[in-house]
Design a protein around this ligand. Sequence first.
Ligand SMILES: [Zn+2]
Length: 144
Amino acid sequence: MCEQHAVARAAGHVLWTDGRFLVIHHPEPSPLAGWLRLDAVEHVGGVADLADDDAARFGVLHARIASCMKQALGVDRVYAIAFGESARHLHMHLVPRRVDRDDLAAWALADGYRACMRDPSLAAGAEQVQHARERFRTMLAASL
Ligand SMILES: [Zn+2]
């Protein structure tokens, strides 16, 4: 994650940060446009490792980002996933639940995700992802 953050910073892909947390779009290939991540900037393993003030902040950010996603993407739910397996660095996936994508609903999301990583032609288009980045950069600046 620390490396991914350096790459995201260099590419101008950090959508929002307060120095403690940052928001990025899921790196490409991304199964959906508007799939965001809320990450700790510091190398902490998970929410259990956060001090109370950071844990409280994380909760508020989660709620506000999900609210922005509902509004911007027209979804009525936003999934939150934080396995901590690919990297032991707190990163929470915030996934829009699109009504037209039952293939990415509930636990089927895991299969759809793996399929997209195997075959990037299943991913959201680069233009859509860039549009989502621009939209959320503006929206999060006003909301967080
Ligand atoms: Zn790290």
